[in-house]
Design a protein around this ligand. Structure first.
Ligand code: ZN
Length: 132
């Protein structure tokens, strides 16, 4: 299992970054077999098709794993979550989890996708709880 995130704009990641700029999470999705693909890439890992479209997931997820990451000096560290989106097994978004106590991180907790403005763009964050 590879869990990474896009770090720069290129042909495959342009829709992802444009989506964040617009306040949406836009992921690659294979038009042939409907597999969601993240991080973005130009070929489906399941059926090898290069017929790749883009779509926004619903935003509900489950906390799969996490780490506690220091932030700035004198600021509290934060929980960085590996969140499995409801759309597909092992479709992970790695993002800060807001509202979860550092001493009581709950694997399996239900999360809802949101966004945080940072460095001139929106970055994904998760907040505890379901919206549905
Ligand atoms: Zn496919």
């Amino acid at each position: 299992m590879t869990v990474t995130w896009p770090t720069r704009m290129d042909h495959d990641t342009a829709a992802y970054w444009q989506g964040l700029s617009d306040g949406k999470l836009v992921l690659c999705r294979c038009k042939q077999c409907e597999t969601w693909i993240h991080p973005p890439r130009g070929r489906c890992p399941e059926c090898w098709s290069d017929d790749i479209g883009h779509q926004s997931p619903g935003g509900q997820a489950t906390l799969y794993s996490y780490l506690i990451q220091p932030t700035a000096p004198k600021q509290p560290p934060e929980v960085i979550g590996w969140a499995e989106l409801d759309e597909q097994k092992e479709l992970f978004i790695v993002a800060p989890v807001e509202g979860m106590p550092l001493d009581n991180v709950e694997i399996g907790a239900r999360l809802t996708l949101g966004f945080r403005e940072q460095g001139g763009t929106n970055l994904p964050v998760f907040r505890t709880g379901d919206t549905k």
